[in-house]
Design a protein around this ligand. Sequence first.
Ligand code: MN
Length: 227
Amino acid sequence: MEFVVPAAAPAVLPVAGSEAVFPVRRVYCVGQNYAAHAVEMGGDGRQPPFFFSKPADALVPGGGRIAYPPRTANLQHEVELVVALREGGADIPVEEALAHVFGYAVGIDLTRRDLQAQAKEKGRPWEMAKGFDQSGPLGALTRVAQCGHPDKGRIWLQVNGAVRQDGDLAQMTWNVAEVIANLSSYVTLAAGDLIFTGTPAGVSTVARGDALECGIDGVGGLKIELV
Ligand code: MN
């Protein structure tokens, strides 16, 4: 096939212990999936899951140096468990959902919180607050065969060595199986889809020069530097 303009390279993720890479199709994110974070965002912590997306080319596999984004004075970090799907489907039952998972990673849902607040106030879309360039750094995928399906364990993030987020996967309002099942009632999921599953409390504002490190017990770690 001949393209009339250069085709973008596909987004791919490293897989721990493998030379092969994971091809990314879509990137979904869950909003406010930990009660304490929902409360710090002004909610009551008991809402059904809701979803938004990032473009696949906003991912930054392996983290590293990330350019501080334009048009914000309030960039915030959200450390999240990221689910990678090996197969998809529509209306996936909760009890069958985990069989669709290839593996897990730790990621950061970088957010231009000031733009998100404006969007919420005016009832406008979140894309420019959530889906900007380099807004999704994430670590290597760990296969289910290695890490199982983590449903508890520490999820944390520190900025310049100071702990800002320190939660546990067991605090998720909707667990991974429930998130997959619910999301698949809205859209048909497919192999290559990623789902950022929400962040625990403690999100905070970061600046140029800050070094962020995060991890999830049994899943992996990630470091980024804002430049
Ligand atoms: Mn998030």
